[in-house]
Design a protein around this ligand. Structure first.
Ligand SMILES: C[C@H](NC(=O)[C@@H](N)CCCCN)C(=O)O
Length: 445
């Protein structure tokens, strides 16, 4: 008797794929919510618990320090445990981190909680990406990634909106962080359901191999082209400006511009909200027209004046904010946040996919890991500098001018971003170009 010929398994049905996407995305929603739940309580920690700007910055940076450590350890856990267990494990770590931060206002505990969040959240993003690749490879993968990121950003926006829909909790610093712990529980529940779905369908449908996590290998980095390193440079300065600015934005709008917390939260949420709507549209546009390095340069140029405008431009009349029940904000702040939202949609939509056009597929995992690692080093250091400036220059409601040095620092970083994108554009317009300026991402023969 001969062995039966193994029959090829069917690919997952659309309903199965979209169920997996929804569950993974809810886990990501929880992840991003917890990350951004810290910003709205910054003023309460300062007023009620006596935290200084330096301490707040250290808590914020602890996430990135942890992220650098886990990125160096690499995709080991994901490779060994598989996506379904890893997603649940990392979501559980995020939940523990959220609970730790909510448990007490001791500085060391907050620091440990935020560090733990970095340990869970960054590999959760990697594991979620690997999981989506299993379900969607060859079928709407980019679209699925886009939806996943949009739902994650909805988590960021919801953390800002909590200053309105859960305004009653903001009588103290602790209750909003317990709310974040509740949201992390929803994320963990979705991760466990995802585990059940993947386990149930394994062996019944062809889930292929998860895209190899391709751990970070420092050897071989020299082989990446100059264009790759210009993109890494832009990535570092871009996120080192936007993420710390976001972390301090609600407090800054309250202290320096006298806005109520709810209004400041609404204004800050324009950044992720714009990104939810506009990022996929920019993605589609760039896929059609190419010109990737030019778009990155345009985004960097648009960012350059924003931090100085917010500091020195007259506030202008109060006007109703879009997508709200008529909350009024100064025109200048609204314009600046809408422009920053546009930049926050354009640069990530172009920058992350651009790497795939200039790095060999087999080295893509390493390339992305190195880029994220450098990003997190920048995101760890910049808030420490800005916190130092705010403390040293006595920033606060009675001395709003004390925030100006921090804003000049963000502007200097934005100028560096413009330099990197100019160098990239020059490299991609010359004979060593990879084809970033062409819709297909390849130079015509
Ligand atoms: C896609 C990109 N993600 C990241 O940069 C992550 N390494 C850090 C996310 C931290 C916020 N939760 C992004 O969000 O633009």
């Amino acid at each position: 008797m001969t062995d039966p010929v193994p029959r090829a398994l069917p690919r997952p049905s659309p309903a199965q794929r979209w169920l997996a996407l929804v569950l993974v995305s809810v886990a990501m929603f929880g992840n991003y919510y917890v990350y951004d739940a810290f910003g709205p309580v910054v003023d309460l920690l300062r007023e009620q618990e006596g935290f200084t700007y330096d301490q707040i910055s250290m808590v914020f940076s602890a996430y990135s320090v942890a992220a650098v450590v886990v990125l160096l350890i690499g995709g080991y856990v994901i490779d060994r445990w598989g996506t379904k267990r890893s997603i649940a494990l990392f979501a559980a770590i995020c939940l523990a981190a959220a609970a730790l931060m909510a448990s007490t206002a001791r500085f060391e505990t907050m620091l440990a909680g935020r560090f733990l969040l970095g340990i869970g959240a960054e590999p959760l993003i990697v594991a979620a990406t690997a999981a989506l690749a299993k379900w969607f490879k060859g079928k709407e993968l980019s679209f699925a990634f886009g939806i996943n990121l949009s739902i994650a950003r909805l988590g960021s926006a919801s953390a800002d909106w909590s200053t309105s829909f859960a305004s009653g909790l903001y009588a103290n610093w602790q209750d909003p962080l317990w709310l974040a712990t509740g949201v992390a529980t929803v994320g963990l529940t979705a991760a466990m359901l995802y585990w059940m779905v993947e386990a149930r369908l394994e062996g019944r449908v062809d889930l292929g191999e998860a895209a190899a996590t391709d751990r970070l290998e420092l050897k071989g980095m020299y082989a990446f082209s100059a264009s790759y390193w210009y993109i890494v440079g832009l990535c570092v300065v871009f996120y080192s400006t936007v993420f710390p600015f976001r972390a301090f934005a609600i407090d800054y709008f309250q202290q320096a511009h006298g806005l109520a917390r709810e209004t400041a939260g609404m204004l800050s949420s324009l950044l992720p909200v714009a990104a939810i709507i506009v990022t996929p549209l920019f993605g589609l546009w760039v896929d059609r027209v190419g010109r990737r390095s030019l778009f990155m340069a345009i985004g960097s140029l648009a960012m350059l004046p924003l931090f100085l405008l917010v500091t020195y431009a007259p506030p202008g009349p109060d006007i109703p904010m879009p997508f709200t029940d008529g909350t009024r904000v100064p025109l200048t702040l609204l314009v600046v946040m809408l422009m920053l939202g546009g930049v926050f949609s354009l640069i990530p939509a172009v920058m992350w996919p651009a790497v795939a056009y200039i790095v060999r597929e087999s080295r893509l995992g390493s390339a992305y890991s190195m880029m994220t690692l450098c990003q997190q080093v920048g995101v760890a250091l910049v808030p420490l500098v800005v916190g130092r400036f705010n403390t040293a220059f006595g920033a606060g409601p009675e001395h709003p001018a004390g925030y100006a040095p921090g804003m000049w620092f963000y502007t200097a970083l934005a100028a560096l971003g413009l330099l990197f994108s100019y160098l990239l554009w020059r490299a991609e317009s010359g004979p060593a170009a990879h084809g970033l300026e062409y819709p297909s991402g390849e130079k015509p023969a």
